[in-house]
Design a protein around this ligand. Structure first.
Ligand code: ZN
Length: 310
């Protein structure tokens, strides 16, 4: 059995927009309820959440971008872009999401756990170095990757992004960087519009960015084989010392934001597949999208179960 960590903080519930916005605090309550089912949560090692320092945020984001989030968060109701809201808690909560993902990485590298789950929000993979967008404020996974390199003696990382949307922010941040491999499977065309197979990275990073765009109605077999077919070779190329999964569950068949129609069982298979490739390499699952409450509960339950039973 692998020791599996969990980082979570109830302050993640404080970032809240207008009623009806799909990215709301109940998403996190749902994910947590999935971990509570069958008492799985009792088997998880609780890792301490913490707020990222300004210096940590600047590992990825421009000072202007960070200032803008901070300034917008002084208002009762603000917006960072046309669909990314902010309230008075947003700066704190977004910095807590980034800091907690860094804390998870520290524990993974220190060997305190071999697998870990970061139930954080707001999500991160659309946020670029210079702007928050697509419900994402700071790019939690990208910051954690840079943090691992700067502070944890990790040189090569792999980011596996199975959120139904392409992680344009993460791709852009590491596009010319051969030390961080970015692998994304996503519905295409769909927001944000990037993520074609021809986007392979540039300069020294050429070949270290792999997109697998999939059409609507792909279903389980197509989704799973898109990952099992192309991830192993990419993994060998990157030779990661740490793997971060941008774990969104909005490709789920219950989720009305997309049309890939993937089942809970397929996400369980993919979790097993990634852990099988990883072996002793540490893996952290970081919450991205997912807008159906039952799908979130079921999928996070399965990720935790597979990690614990490994
Ligand atoms: Zn998404």
């Amino acid at each position: 059995m692998a020791t599996t960590g969990l980082v979570y903080h109830e302050d993640f519930l404080l970032h809240e927009g207008d009623r009806g916005h799909p990215e709301h605090p109940d998403r996190l309550r749902a994910a947590l309820s999935g971990l509570e089912r069958d008492g799985l949560i009792d088997s998880l090692v609780k890792l301490e959440a913490r707020v990222a320092t300004r210096e940590e945020l600047e590992l990825v984001h421009t000072p202007l971008c960070i200032d803008y989030v901070e300034k917008t968060s002084r208002k009762h109701k603000g917006s960072l872009d046309y669909e990314t809201y902010a309230n008075r808690a947003t700066y704190h909560v977004a910095a807590l999401a980034a800091g907690s993902t860094n804390a998870m990485v520290e524990k993974l590298i220190a060997g305190k756990c071999r697998r870990a789950l970061a139930l954080v929000r707001p999500p991160g993979h659309h946020a670029t170095a210079s702007r928050s967008m697509g419900f994402c404020v700071f790019n939690n996974v990208a910051i954690a990757a840079r943090y691992a390199q700067r502070h944890c003696d990790v040189h090569r990382l792999l980011i596996v992004d199975w959120d139904v949307h392409h992680g344009n922010g993460t791709q852009e941040i590491f596009y010319a960087d051969p030390t961080v491999g970015y692998f994304s499977v996503h519905q295409h065309p769909l927001f944000p519009g990037t993520g074609s197979a021809g986007e392979i990275g540039e300069g020294e990073g050429a070949g270290f960015n792999l997109n697998v765009p999939l059409p609507a109605e792909t279903g389980d077999e197509g989704f799973v084989s898109a990952i099992t077919g192309s991830l192993p070779n990419f993994w060998q190329k990157v030779r990661p010392q740490l793997v971060l999964v941008s774990a969104g569950f909005d490709a789920h068949e219950l989720d009305s934001i997309s049309q890939l129609r993937v089942s809970t069982a397929a996400f369980a298979r993919l979790t097993e597949f990634v852990l099988g490739l990883a072996g002793n390499t540490p893996v952290g699952f970081v919450m991205e999208g997912g807008y159906d409450m039952r799908a979130l509960a079921d999928c996070w339950h399965e990720v935790a179960r597979v990690c614990i039973e490994e």
